[in-house]
Design a protein around this ligand. Structure first.
Ligand SMILES: [Zn+2]
Length: 164
């Protein structure tokens, strides 16, 4: 028994009926979505997408970090992305704690995380505006690329335009 047996068993079932779509790694709908790691978010389902349609970039808080920018550059120039949706969500854990709170929690477990920036979100609208600006003003991304923000409501399933 390992901690992953359930997953391999589920995959064996999945592969039994899996049909190779023949898709490439390019985003068929020309879309990249930056969203949170929150387990309640089904990015494909809530946006009417299928596997193959979009690049999905996830991290804590849907923040546009250096690594997200790096990934967007690759997605745009190599993988067919022509538009970006940044999609944080309601009830996000990143809006409920400061970096200092997180450092204190880890400290209590004997771990010093002060060299990490957690990019916690004191003001979600402000953070989203900041993150949209980071993409729009990146010297590495096309200046005319459509970029927008929306907040996903985890209770209603609705997407609310925000950040502009
Ligand atoms: Zn979240």
């Amino acid at each position: 028994m390992t901690a992953f047996d359930d997953l391999f068993a589920a995959n064996a079932k999945y592969a039994e009926t899996f049909g190779d779509s023949g898709l490439t790694g390019r985003a068929a709908r020309g879309l990249a979505v930056v969203t949170c790691m929150d387990s309640r978010i089904d990015p494909l389902g809530l946006l009417g997408l299928q596997p193959g349609d979009a690049k999905i970039l996830r991290n804590a808080g849907a923040r546009v970090t250096d690594d997200v920018l790096r990934t967007l550059v690759l997605a745009v120039y190599l993988l067919g992305v022509e538009r970006v949706l940044v999609m944080p969500h309601t009830d996000c854990g990143m809006t409920k704690a400061t970096d200092d709170d997180v450092h204190a929690l880890t400290q209590a477990r004997g771990v010093d995380t002060r060299s990490l920036d957690f990019h916690t979100v004191p003001d979600q609208q402000e953070a989203l505006r900041h993150d949209l600006t980071r993409i729009r003003t990146s010297p590495f991304l096309p200046q005319d690329m459509p970029v927008t923000g929306a907040i996903y409501d985890v209770r209603s399933g609705r997407l609310l335009p925000a950040g502009d």
